[in-house]
Design a protein around this ligand. Structure first.
Ligand code: 5GP
Ligand code: ZN
Length: 116
């Protein structure tokens, strides 16, 4: 899929509206529009990377920034000390539906394990 057709690239360039909850160097965080928990956020790189499997060692610092932003958002949304979960669906078997790398941040209720 071209970047022009990518839903999350269009959210990043503000061509498609979304509720933005965080923005930092190379990252955007939005509310999921079909939330699966009281707090359900999506953290994505502004760079178009289709899946987790497309990342390389060049993205090492990106992961550090994603995890830091996740923790900051979790604090801001009062998910601590109860806790929260980060999820990355990579590929069809994992149920990935938007082909622009994103990390789900879920919290605000007890979460089941294992996931379906
Ligand atoms: P995936 O299934 O690829 O891991 O997750 C994609 C997520 O994006 C889903 O949780 C879905 O609800 C969310 N999503 C899909 N389209 C939109 C949209 O247009 N806006 C927002 N905010 N979230 C979306
Ligand atoms: Zn994209």
């Amino acid at each position: 899929m071209s970047q022009a057709a990518c839903l999350f690239c269009r959210i990043i360039t503000r061509q498609v509206p979304a509720e933005i909850v965080g923005e930092t160097e190379g990252l955007l965080a939005i509310k999921d529009n079909n939330p699966q928990a009281p707090t359900h956020l999506l953290i994505m790189p502004t760079e178009h990377i289709p899946t987790l499997a497309d990342t390389t060692e060049q993205h090492a610092s990106l992961w550090g920034r994603i995890v830091q932003l996740a923790n900051r958002l979790a604090q801001h949304h009062r998910l601590l000390p109860e806790g929260y979960r980060l999820v990355i669906n990579c590929g069809p078997n994992a149920g990935q539906s938007v082909w622009h790398l994103h990390v789900h941040l879920l919290g605000g209720r007890p979460l089941q394990w294992p996931p379906g």
